[in-house]
Design a protein around this ligand. Structure first.
Ligand SMILES: C[S@@+](CC[C@H](N)C(=O)[O-])C[C@H]1O[C@@H](n2cnc3c(N)ncnc32)[C@H](O)[C@@H]1O
Length: 353
């Protein structure tokens, strides 16, 4: 296996160059809502290295975290959508990208009438460690022996996480997860889960492959840095999220035409959406849903069954999650009634999660 440090170095070099000079062919071309780009500086729009548009999932008032924010394009788009009551945080590991994104922090906040976007230097697989704080600490407390190492470790333990647990409504990312080394991907998804509020959402645009990418392609630093050979295999992409406890997963956007075909493997851009479920007891408030069809029955991730055309009694938590989820158009919602029901899916006092 190619040394992870070599791949990380290739990614750093590629995006340092991409911050300094616009590279129109780097990553998979995509389009955005032109109204959200109107106020954005040309040098930011020109350095677009995304492959989808997760801004479509941003709601007013959201706290949004953009993983691998690059020049800040997605953050400044999201900032207009969250409005003055929301907040946007961008995370990137590349100094040149961060410098370019931060250059417009205040002008954009004034233009949109919103709180300035915060840009933090972190590796997205470790959203606890603010690397600029680490660099500052080490500059004034050089690590030269075991004692200074222990002091550093103490400081790190006592430092609050760069992104707090349960603080984010929506995690977005545009063509970045594929750049994280395979060994650190589980930790990456766990970090996304950690920072989200219960009920928080995920909208990740990324490149996936239809088949497993062979080792020889994975070991090619150029293909890796170009967002190709680190692509998640499409099923694996969903599996890592379900294994970490996410529900309501969907490939909300799927590009029919492959962006690249290499050694018979198709690489395409998709947008995956998911939810961090709300845990806790089922409180039964007499709410019901009717599954509209067309299938005879469907199941959710909590194993509730919904029969086409039948009233199904659900707890308040399930009702809300269906209402907020990607299947909401497939249900009729009957709130707060105390009528008897035909097919209870949640039991009063039960626990769905
Ligand atoms: C393909 S570009 C996408 C940039 C941006 N999302 C966009 O839409 O233009 C990848 C970005 O992710 C950053 N990046 C790559 N690996 C990272 C990691 N492990 N942690 C944080 N940022 C990372 C790069 O520095 C670069 O800015």
């Amino acid at each position: 296996m190619q040394n992870a440090a070599i791949l990380e170095g290739a990614v750093r070099d590629r995006y340092t160059e991409g911050a300094r000079i616009a590279k129109p062919n780097l990553c998979c071309p995509t389009s955005y809502d032109p109204r959200l780009l109107e106020a954005l500086p040309k040098e930011i729009i020109e350095r677009d290295y995304g492959c989808g548009d997760p801004s479509r999932y941003v709601r007013s008032g959201d706290v949004v975290l953009d993983l691998g924010s690059g020049t800040g394009k997605m953050c400044y788009m999201a900032s207009q959508l969250v409005g003055p009551s929301g907040h946007v945080i961008g995370v990137d590991v590349n100094d040149d990208m961060l410098a370019l994104a931060r250059k417009y922090r205040n002008p954009m906040a004034i233009a949109f009438g919103t709180r300035p976007v915060d840009f933090i230097k972190c590796r997205i697989q470790d959203l606890k460690t603010d690397l600029e704080q680490v660099e500052k600490f080490i500059a004034s407390n050089p690590i030269t022996n075991r004692d200074s190492m222990a002091r550093y470790e103490d400081w790190l333990r006592q430092t609050p996480p760069a992104v707090t647990d349960g603080s984010v409504d929506l995690v977005i990312s545009n063509c970045v997860l594929n750049l994280v080394g395979k060994d650190e991907r589980q930790q990456l998804i766990r970090e996304i889960h950690r920072v989200l509020k219960p009920g928080g959402r995920v909208a990740i645009a990324d490149v996936v492959s239809d088949k497993e990418v062979p080792q020889n392609l994975q070991e090619n630093p150029d293909l890796w840095a170009d967002c190709i050979s680190g692509a998640f295999q499409e099923q694996e992409f969903m599996r890592v999220f379900t294994d970490t406890g996410f529900t309501d997963l969907a490939f909300d956007k799927w590009t029919d035409e492959a962006w690249q075909v290499l050694e018979g493997i198709e690489f395409r851009s998709v947008t995956l959406t998911a939810v961090k479920p709300v845990t806790g007891p089922c409180i039964y408030g007499g709410k019901e849903v009717i599954y509209r069809g067309p299938f005879s029955r469907v199941h959710d991730d909590d194993k509730h069954e919904y029969l086409r055309g039948s009233r199904t009694s659900v707890c308040d938590k399930t009702y809300q999650s269906l209402l907020d989820g990607p299947m909401s158009q497939s249900f009729i919602f009957i709130g707060g009634s105390n009528k008897s029901t035909q097919t209870p899916a949640c039991q009063p006092g039960g626990d769905c999660c």
